[in-house]
Design a protein around this ligand. Structure first.
Ligand code: PGA
Length: 287
């Protein structure tokens, strides 16, 4: 049985919101409706009293992180600071050095100072468009953790498995990516990492077709097995591992019904405030 953990929802806005005007419109639509979205209905509260642990787990408020483009971090921080339950601020990238002659770099201390709690590292779009290697990703993971910033570590294969050979290749890819990214990461730091299984082929910009909850759960169990090998069984059990790739309000409940999936990372859908609120609602209600 898993320890009781809150569900996690990570909004990755990517570069969908491109102006402050759009950011203000987003929070204008989001702020007033957030509390209602995140409050369980009275029917759910009643069923929780029956000590149904699965319901209780769904019922506890999810941990929500909003990963915002750098130029809008401060305004987003202000927009969410009075919302309850608290939402956390996240960034979408970080450089590995703390500071110095690195034109254009956004460093861990800068993010820390901006109020950022988590940063995405290893996203397939960074690997593809910015040529990020496993080595670069490993440096970013360590730098963020050393600065006290949590890491949202993305791993995932490129091609959907149509046969056993491809499946074996996909397992190897995920194992390698995870192993490389966690090189030198101490066991005590794993609690500050959220691993995201994000099959590249399922990301909305690619196909728009999400993985099935069953497949995602299988890969996430495999990720837990790798963590058991790299660390130990307790790390494998308590590590937070979530799914990303074309998550929407329509399919989110299916993923969260899988015991091993601790949450979701919607990209495109999270950039629409109404749709993101529906996703939060679906997670809270478990349907
Ligand atoms: P998507 O993106 O929900 O738009 O597929 C997920 C991600 O790549 O972060």
């Amino acid at each position: 049985m898993h320890a009781l953990k809150s569900k996690i929802i990570i909004a990755n806005w990517k570069a969908y919101v491109t102006t402050r005007k759009a950011l203000r419109a987003y929070f204008g639509a989001f702020a007033g409706r957030y509390q209602k979205a995140v409050t369980p209905s009275s029917a759910l509260v009643r069923s929780t009293r029956q000590k149904d642990q699965a319901v209780h787990r769904r019922n506890s408020a999810p941990d929500i992180v909003l990963c915002i483009p750098f130029p809008f971090l401060d305004e987003a921080r202000q927009a969410i600071q009075n919302l309850k339950p608290t939402l956390l601020l996240g960034a979408q990238d970080v450089f590995w050095e703390p500071g110095g002659p690195y034109t254009g770099a956004v460093t861990p201390p800068m993010l820390k100072d901006a109020g950022v709690s988590y940063v995405i590292v290893g996203h397939s779009e960074r690997r593809k468009h910015f040529s990020e290697t496993d080595d670069v990703i490993a440096k970013k993971v360590r730098a963020a953790l050393d600065a006290g910033i949590g890491v949202i570590l993305c791993v995932g294969e490129s091609a959907r498995a149509a046969d056993d050979d491809q499946m074996r290749e996909n397992l190897d890819t995920v194992r390698m990516q995870l192993g490389r990214a966690l090189e030198g990461v101490k066991k005590s730091h794993i609690k500050n990492i959220i691993v995201v299984y994000e099959p590249v082929w399922a990301i909305s910009g690619f196909s728009g077709v999400a993985d099935t909850p069953e497949n995602a759960a299988r890969m996430i169990l495999y990720i837990r097995r790798i963590l058991a090998k790299l660390y130990d069984a307790s790390v494998a059990k308590t590590a937070r591992v979530i799914y990303g790739g074309s998550v929407s309000s329509q399919n989110v409940a299916g993923f969260l019904r899988e015991e091993t999936i601790d949450g979701v990372l919607p990209g495109h859908a999270s950039a629409n405030p109404r749709e993101f609120l529906w996703i939060i609602r679906a997670v809270v209600e478990g349907r």
